[in-house]
Design a binder for this molecule. Sequence first.
Ligand SMILES: Nc1ncnc2c1ncn2[C@@H]1O[C@H](COP(=O)(O)OP(=O)(O)OP(=O)(O)O)[C@@H](O)[C@H]1O
Length: 339
Amino acid sequence: MGLFSFTQEIAIDLGTANTIIIHNDKIVVDEPSVVALDKRTDKLIAIGEKARQMQGKENEGIRTVRPLRDGVIADFYAAELMIRGMIKMIPTKNHLFSPTLKMVVCIPSGSTEVEIRAVRDSSEHAGGREVYMIYEPMAAAIGIGIDVEAPNGCMIVDIGGGTTEIAVISLGGIVSNKSIRIAGDDLTLDIVEYMGRMHNIKVGERTAELIKINVGAALTDLEDAPEDYIVHGPNRMTALPMQVPVSYQEIAHCLEKSISKIEAAILSALEQTPPELYADIVQKGIYLAGGGALLRGLDKRLTDKLNIQFHIADDPLRAVARGTGIALKNVDKFSFLIR
Ligand SMILES: Nc1ncnc2c1ncn2[C@@H]1O[C@H](COP(=O)(O)OP(=O)(O)OP(=O)(O)O)[C@@H](O)[C@H]1O
């Protein structure tokens, strides 16, 4: 290394929907996991929010790409450009020399060897010299503030964009885990399909996501009910503009099937949990993390259905990133990090 080389330590929550980077205990990047590329040359045009704004509005020369699908890298080239570009967004005092990167990156607990390799390769190509990986539910648990090394079982349900990860953690390891490819993005697609079928209105994924955020619900009877949300878009048949008020009750119906699948996966994970750990989980409750945890009434629905208390993590969209940041400071201590 040269005389002026310095090490920058970063933690990356590389998500299907959002990527968050932590540096010096602070969130320095929080952007949608999207890149816009020149169709002809494959050159990078925009990253993150700027690229997201181009989604669905591309002209002939531009394509937007989400490099991750279902929690894993689906497009290596785009993933590398995205990681590199987001690292460049980190405000740094020293612009003259590029730093040596020490990174902790989180990966879905169901990742195959090939998928883990893909994250490592992309991180190294983006400048990582020392790359550690951590499983997402472990990072979520640490981010929630759980002592993951204690001889106590805890269950984390992390509902992200592409995957729902359900894991039981004890003594610094994942005892059992279940990862299903039904999560926030599937709920969004349910809404796209529903709006077309029931209201004859064509909506894109961004509008459907806004519907989910504004009136998405897991119960048809909410104590704190949101007002109807007005959706604007073209009629599917006539292409004329229309506006439709949507209530949370109808969105709860529309999401029912996917939520039931998440519920069934949690139940099956509980069935596979060893009895001693099961008792700990019943006593402490189950923790919900990831953006999906924000769906109205989900915690209540699960609590009532399974008769175990569900707790929503503080700022659930950032729990995994917070935990990854803590792991970064403890790379010598946490033996469960993948080197
Ligand atoms: N208020 C909300 N209500 C419901 N869903 C929400 C809300 N806010 C965000 N989401 C959803 O959360 C998902 C993103 O969550 P998160 O950032 O935890 O996922 P990710 O880490 O990018 O994905 P993955 O873990 O699958 O790789 C998106 O599908 C988004 O639509």
